[in-house]
Design a protein around this ligand. Structure first.
Ligand code: FAD
Length: 452
């Protein structure tokens, strides 16, 4: 069997691994239009903050390693067309424009997404950057050490925007975050958490300009951006802008080849099969089932792309494995705080068309007799369906790492557990780690009281 995989980020890498494991005799052609395979944007923040020194190490695979496994790796190779009936690909060498044709029996697309570029006056000015992929990682790192870049504006306060803001603030730049939402991290956390994090950002010299968007970028005679004008008429200095205002699927070229939805997302079933039986698709250009609602939506996470890549590989010769529904679990630090969240939040419930209730609890991580230097306050919110009592989501935050709790809640959501299941669920106790009642028990017991 000849398997072609297009795209070498999370979804493509996992698909190749899956094919190697499931079909060791398959001939694998792996196409990537860039000049590097398997760059992990997830690791970009560690590179920008100097924890990881070599940009090329932010990767799971090298070309020689994959070739040793028998994979035929084609970099600088953009797949520009597919003939599904003839099982042929058009591949363009991006360095010399030369076009070739290649055969496949099964094809896995993991073409991902590209950053959304704001369509505002001044968008063509220099020093307006994005944050995705190795090329941007290198440019952002260079900008961090340029003395003439003093003021950085980050557009968008999702987790990528927060990573950019923290990295530039730690590099000594004055950072302004602009977001059209009234709070930061609007799809990740409710206000009990964002109010604390907004104060944390301000304390670290990050200005917040919320409930407004960019109206215009203003530049100088060198064509470099110098300031930002917002939709409220405010204006501030900017030597560099990092746009992190969402993504768009890289699928224009696939129109008429596989079915796309109105947003250009590739339509797949739960086996990652597209409208063409021998073409599978995974990652940020596809939707995935959101466990709390059972409906498909875009949840652009590497963890999802990985799971889908594994499924696609398993299903090449017949339906073997459905992609598991996910809850959009993610974690991040914002200076001294570490948080994680999963599933539905109060702030996202309306948009998802679900009715939820929630309880918010605070506790110390370990018993109060443990001295402050080994202890910290923990904030936890549990969200549930008030009619069925089913767990719908959770958020946790502390200066100590408590994020693993969110994986337990993700599992509870996947298994449709109720607050009653969680209230007395067995979680270990050891005073060096947690309390006799884990904060998840405490919150679920409070929810039971509220419901009864
Ligand atoms: P992409 O990563 O978009 O990659 C697509 C690849 O396909 C690219 O290499 C592209 O060059 C190639 N390609 C596209 N079209 C073609 C073509 N026609 N021919 C050949 N090659 C093509 N997720 C997490 O779970 N945890 C995190 O901590 C996390 N942190 C992140 C931090 C940042 C800064 C960013 C930007 C993202 C982060 N994500 C994180 C999200 C995660 O990176 C994405 O969900 C994941 O990369 C999606 O993988 P993908 O395979 O769908 O596509």
């Amino acid at each position: 069997m000849k398997v072609a995989v297009v795209g070498s980020s999370h979804g493509g890498y996992e698909a190749v691994r899956g094919v190697l494991q499931q079909f060791p005799d398959a001939h694998i052609d792996w196409y990537e239009k860039g000049d590097f395979i398997s760059f992990l944007s997830c690791g970009m923040e560690l590179y920008l903050q100097g924890v990881v020194k070599d940009v090329n190490s932010v990767s799971y695979a090298t070309i020689p390693e994959m070739e040793d496994k028998g994979v035929h790796v084609h970099i600088n190779s953009e797949v520009t067309n597919i003939d599904p009936d003839g099982h042929k690909l058009t591949v363009v060498d991006v360095q010399n424009g030369q076009e070739t044709s290649a055969d496949y029996d099964k094809l896995i697309l993991s073409v991902g997404a590209v950053p959304f570029k704001l369509p505002v006056p001044g968008k063509e000015l220099q020093n307006i950057y994005a944050m995705r992929g190795r090329d941007w990682a290198i440019k952002l790192r260079e900008a961090e050490v340029k003395p003439d870049i003093k003021n950085v504006t980050v557009v968008g306060s999702g987790y990528i925007g927060i990573e950019a803001a923290e990295s530039f603030a730690k590099a000594g730049k004055h950072v302004t975050i602009v977001d059209m939402n009234p709070t930061i991290l609007g799809t990740y956390l409710d206000t009990e958490f964002t109010e604390i994090l907004e104060e944390e950002l301000k304390a670290n010299d990050v200005d917040l300009r919320l409930s407004q968007s960019v109206k215009e970028y203003v530049g100088n005679s060198d064509n470099k951006v110098t300031s930002v004008i917002s939709t409220t008429g405010e204006s501030w200095d900017a030597d560099l802008v990092v746009e992190t205002a969402g993504i768009r699927p890289a699928t224009k070229w696939l129109a008429g080849i596989v079915d796309l939805d109105d947003h250009g997302m590739i339509k797949t079933d739960e086996y990652q099969q597209t409208s063409q039986p021998d073409i599978f698709a995974v990652g940020d250009s596809t939707e995935i089932e959101f466990a709390p609602t059972g409906k498909k939506q875009l949840i652009a996470l590497a963890s999802n792309a990985r799971r889908q890549g594994r499924s696609a590989a398993a299903n090449l010769e017949g339906h073997k494995r459905k992609t598991t529904a996910v809850s959009g679990s993610s974690a991040l630090h914002v200076f001294s705080y570490k948080f994680a969240s999963t599933g539905v939040k109060d702030v996202t419930a309306k948009g998802l068309g679900v009715d939820v209730d929630s309880v918010f609890v605070t506790d110390t991580k370990v018993p109060p007799f443990v001295p402050a230097e080994h202890n910290a306050e923990v904030f936890f919110k549990l969200t549930y369906d008030p009619k069925t009592r089913v767990v719908m989501g959770a958020q946790i935050m502390s200066k100590m790492d408590t994020t693993a709790n969110i994986n337990a809640i993700s599992l509870a959501i996947q298994q449709h557990m109720t607050v009653d299941d969680l209230a007395y669920a067995d979680f270990f106790f050891q005073p060096g780690f947690d309390r006799p009642w884990n904060i998840m028990n405490v919150a679920a017991q409070k929810a039971e009281q509220k419901l009864d």
